[in-house]
Design a binder for this molecule. Structure first.
Ligand SMILES: *Cc1c(COP(=O)(O)O)cnc(C)c1O
Length: 373
């Protein structure tokens, strides 16, 4: 246990920090795990073979320090140059490095919370890691509410509201949004990007399940970066590989801030093999989207208010009991979903789209709970 004495060895900023809380990874037999937006389908057989083939005496060697081959393949896929690609230990690492690269920490001279150079800006609700990244860096946070339907406010609305900082050093937009699942059009994102003067990161962690993506904006506007990950759509959470696409100067700046070997060797191999078998994944996206549409209808018939989703999860407001009570009741039936205490979403459950069988098990559990109510 930490004593007062050891606590004094820790920086005050760190002492008062609230760390990010990841979804649980329980090892309960038979549990249906719909809480962390993992893909229900395994990586492609080619990816598994490539990783297995790489597990030998070569593990003693350092991996390529700049994930060169992976960046070349990604550049080809996105029709840009390897200099436009930054790879990280999951996109979470990329996002953290962006804060450290583009945002000033508050200091005695830059003490004012409103100094745009120190501001990390994002909409609420969105990815709950952003405020943690701002806090760990000692930056200011500017959290601006989305519209009541989780839509993106227009630039005119943001100007009228006077809360959004068009000069913020860094602004994050989760698109499609999490945890609402709502998608945004490239056109509306472009208008916001054009009005924004600081660095703008479009976090497209779920974009493979959406109708539209905003990647062209990262290649058109030097201050716009698109963030992607192999975790969700490419069934590779375990390997931790994510990346940015953006202006070569911004990418070079990020490159100076990262650890020399930030992307592990097996992760690089798995990601390269993934890009070599994209057809396999495209079929999975279609399956997940199909399950999502069926589950949305079935839950709606059972009295849930289900928001239309462009992701591999749905946000659903359950009937009869508070969402928090549903979380426990479903857990008692061995179905694990996610509930967030933030007031804008505390009436909802976030449910990851699993296989058809997992969705059917969820629906069965829901029917049981309702019949006993
Ligand atoms: C899951 C997620 C990430 C991070 O994924 P990594 O596994 O770190 O690549 C980033 N942004 C959002 C919105 C996410 O949901």
């Amino acid at each position: 246990m930490a004593t007062r004495k050891t606590q004094s060895l820790v920086r005050p900023l760190v002492r008062s920090l609230h760390a990010y809380v990841p979804g649980e990874q329980p090892k309960i037999k038979g549990l249906i795990k719909l809480n962390t937006n993992e893909n229900p389908y395994p990586p492609s057989p080619k990816v598994l073979a490539a990783v297995k083939a790489a597990v030998d005496g070569r593990l003693r060697l350092y991996p390529n320090p700049s994930a060169q081959l992976l960046r070349e393949k990604l550049a080809k896929l996105h029709r840009c140059k390897p200099e436009n690609i930054f790879v990280g230990n999951g996109s979470d690492e990329c996002l953290a490095l962006a804060v450290r690269t583009f945002v000033e920490a508050r200091s005695a001279e830059r003490g004012a919370r409103k100094d745009s150079r120190c501001v990390v800006q994002y909409f609420t609700p969105s990815y709950s890691l952003y405020p943690v990244l701002a806090d760990t860096h000692g930056a200011s946070k500017n959290a601006v509410p989305l519209k009541a339907d989780f839509g993106l406010p227009t630039v005119a609305e943001l100007k009228r509201g006077q809360q959004w900082d068009f000069n913020a050093a860094l602004a994050f937009v989760t698109t499609p949004n999490a945890p609402s699942g709502r998608g945004y059009t490239r056109a509306e994102l472009e208008v916001l990007c054009e009005a924004q003067r600081g660095v703008m990161i479009l976090d497209e962690a779920y974009v493979d399940f959406a109708d539209e993506n905003a990647l062209p904006l990262a290649l058109k506007y030097p201050h716009v970066i698109v963030s992607r990950t192999f975790s969700k759509a490419y069934s590779l959470c375990f390997q931790r590989v994510g990346y940015f696409v953006g202006d070569a100067d911004l990418i070079a700046a990020l490159d100076k801030m990262r650890d020399s070997y930030n992307v592990n060797g097996l992760g690089q191999i798995a990601a390269v093999a993934t890009l070599g078998d994209l057809h396999y994944y495209h079929a999975n996206f279609r399956k997940v989207i199909g399950t999502r549409e069926v589950l949305t209808c079935e839950l709606a018939e059972l009295g849930f208010t289900v928001l239309p989703s462009q992701t591999n999860f749905i946000l659903a407001r359950p009937p009869k009991f508070p969402a928090r009570v549903w979380l426990q009741k479903l857990r008692d039936q061995k179905v694990l979903v996610r509930w967030f205490s933030a007031p804008e979403v505390s009436d909802y459950l976030r449910i990851t789209i699993g296989t058809d069988a997992e969705a059917a098990a969820l629906v069965t559990a829901v029917k049981q709970i309702i019949s006993r109510a």
